[in-house]
Design a protein around this ligand. Sequence first.
Ligand code: ATP
Length: 144
Amino acid sequence: AKRADGGGVVVIGLGRFGCHLAGSLARMNREVLAIDRNPAQVQRWSAQLDRVVQADSTEEGALRQLGITSFGRAVVAIGASVEASVLTVLALVELGLPQVWARATSQKHAKILSSVGAHHVIFPEAETGDRVAHLIVSQLLDFI
Ligand code: ATP
């Protein structure tokens, strides 16, 4: 059975990136706690994921009540709102989550995330763009 033994992952923000991430982790048999403030998103993913809850992740008290301190890792997958992303990272750091991953949408956003204590900053769009460019170029080379 899956337990919150530090191996579980909290995924916050079930946009396109967050829901793919949560789904992949679940298929890898990780305990996943998914959080989104939008009830429609929570409803939409509740069939695919074990635990999906509606909460505003910028509220430290709400996160504590959900028992996130028993998780070893959290990923903040919120992209569009820099404010919500930064306040969520801050709340997770204050709660003492050992590994906080955060998605940045710009270099300045990344700087703020690091300065409030994010342990890892990721750029899904930039990283995918780079990877696809390399893929295309390597396939072009195959044709020469
Ligand atoms: P994607 O590109 O992954 O689709 P996006 O940048 O278009 O993401 P965002 O606006 O970043 O979308 O939102 C991603 C998800 O994060 C949404 O489902 C939104 O409801 C959720 N979200 C935003 N703010 C909060 C918050 N304070 N607490 C919880 N969830 C939030």
